[in-house]
Design a binder for this molecule. Sequence first.
Ligand SMILES: Nc1ncnc2c1ncn2[C@@H]1O[C@H](COP(=O)(O)OP(=O)(O)OP(=O)(O)O)[C@@H](O)[C@H]1O
Length: 331
Amino acid sequence: MLKVQINSFGYKNRAILKDIAFDVAPGEHVALMGESGSGKSTLLKIIYGLLHVEEGSVFWGKKEALGPNFNLVPGEPYMKYLAQDFDLMPFISVEENIGQFLSVFERETHEERINELLELIEMMPYAKTKVKFLSGGQQQRVALARVLAQEPEVLLLDEPFGHIDNFKRSSLRRNLFLYLKKQGITVLTASHDPSDVLPFAERTLILENGTIIANENTKDLYNNPPNYYTASLFGQVNQVPMKLLKSYSEIDKSVLVYPHEFKFSDSSGLQVEVRQSFFSGGHYLNEGTAIDGTIIFFNSEKKQEEGTTIFLNVSLKTINKRLQVGQKTNS
Ligand SMILES: Nc1ncnc2c1ncn2[C@@H]1O[C@H](COP(=O)(O)OP(=O)(O)OP(=O)(O)O)[C@@H](O)[C@H]1O
């Protein structure tokens, strides 16, 4: 079990993290989400031992991960951290960069292991290429293979696909996360991208202004977000005043609704005037205005013409579910 407790941490007296406490079970994949500047990288750097915390501790089982004031070379052998800036050797080849970290006691299997990792990162054709000739995305993939070569028990990933184009990103992310699961590696991934999180992380932590405001099963968190901030990290979301939804007109509250949760109705429900319709691949994302001026985003199969009036419904099940979460978090 990875056990993290940080009472407070700041850079030059500016508080960044406070009252952080969470566990990650062995083999579990936990995501860390939060807006830019909320402290995700700082938290990963503390866990790895790059930053010193006065009040707090990080344990992996019974072993305490010590900070830079105790370790001459920061970091613990059982844990690896893939930073946003990858620390590669530019003048040697891709395979040499990966091979550097394989155990000297397993020389006979080196080639096999390098090939396995090159295949995982889809870089086989670049095995002999010097790293300095690679693009940013390719370098990020090599950096990933390098940390995996070190066979960590715990892997900390900071925006692991930030430099990688969409073309490679989907398959790489699937291959990597399935590989990590198969190897039983404990993973903590900081990411802005819900596609890194929703299909792969069993649990998600939400960081807001340096505090963890949610720590839940990822699917439950998506379906029952405790607040607008959490839901909006997963994508576009609406905060719809209940009075706009006819059957709830007495209730003076808002309810969170994702754009795909609206259904079209012929003549009743939330009345919206279409402003813009954005082609989004498999659907259109539309922006409209409700009668009180609230901006509403909703999906449709077809393009909606500007100025058209349409009526939207939200299922009672969704409304009731979201109201209950709201009550829980307000109390
Ligand atoms: N070395 C540093 N010295 C001083 N302040 C720093 C340092 N590193 C980060 N900060 C500040 O700490 C806060 C948290 O930064 P951090 O990089 O942890 O956020 P983040 O959530 O990872 O952001 P992003 O998603 O943009 O990477 C920010 O306000 C940042 O400006």
